[in-house]
Design a protein around this ligand. Structure first.
Ligand code: ADP
Ligand code: MG
Length: 225
């Protein structure tokens, strides 16, 4: 009796995970259209190929890949996709749905520009926080400033914590500020998804991952995007 010919399981998985197009990733059509039209991207990079499905499935992840490989969209796409389901409002008083920690003001601008925002003065930020925002992108120092001085800041709605460029954040000596932020988030909120992204996996980064992530998927992409 001849063996039944059917694709091996790994081939089936490969078909899902080797797709090169955002339109194959089970994303909201508006999100795919925005990626195509506004950001002019249609093909996923290697790191996005692995990270987006892992995050969409609800897992935490530690992601290591080199600078320029496309790590921002690897978390921004699943964050925006998942927040569609909770219908983000223009005004919200229960605080941000996602918190993205970046090492420097420059990276903050890069990430926010990807999402169309502007940078504000501390006073303007306080007013903005009071009014409510959906995705907060901040350096550790600035966020600790708000935790200590912006009384109305709330973390009870946070569903995502992203530590972008974690290696640089630690290099710049922000470990203590990260601890303040983590304690504040942990005491405020229900469970959330946590993602750590880094170009290098130093001892400090691994330790931070141990503290921040729950049973993370480990994603390592070597070489260029
Ligand atoms: P990393 O965080 O890994 O250093 P970035 O997320 O900053 O990388 O992305 C590097 C550059 O590649 C950015 O200019 C970004 O707009 C661009 N980019 C990211 N993803 C894609 C994609 N899928 N297609 C085309 N360009 C992309
Ligand atoms: Mg980056």
């Amino acid at each position: 009796i001849p063996e039944i010919q059917r694709p091996a399981v790994s081939q089936v998985n490969e078909k899902i995970f080797t797709s090169d197009s955002f339109s194959e990733l089970d994303l909201h059509p508006h999100l795919v259209a925005t990626l195509n039209k506004v950001l002019n991207v249609s093909m996923v990079t290697n790191v996005q190929k692995q990270t987006i499905p892992a995050l969409l499935s609800g897992r935490d992840a530690v992601v290591r890949s080199q600078t320029g490989s496309g790590k921002t969209l690897s978390y921004a796409v699943p964050v925006v996709q998942s927040l569609q389901a909770v219908q983000p409002k223009i005004c919200r008083s229960d605080g941000p749905l996602a918190v993205v920690i970046v090492p420097t003001r420059e990276v903050q601008s890069e990430v926010v520009d990807n999402n169309s925002g502007v940078s504000l003065s501390l006073k303007a930020e306080k007013a903005r926080l009071r009014k409510g925002i959906n995705i907060l992108v901040s350096t550790p120092g600035r966020l600790v400033d708000h935790i200590k001085h912006t009384l109305s800041i709330a973390f009870s709605a946070v569903r995502w914590l992203i530590l972008d460029e974690a290696d640089r954040t630690l290099d710049l000596g922000f470990e203590k500020d990260l601890t303040v932020i983590l304690n504040s988030l942990n005491s405020a909120g229900p469970s959330r998804q946590n993602v750590l992204l880094s170009a290098t996996l130093t001892h400090g980064v691994t330790r931070l991952a141990d503290v921040c992530l729950n049973d993370p998927v480990n994603i390592q992409v070597s070489g260029p995007a």
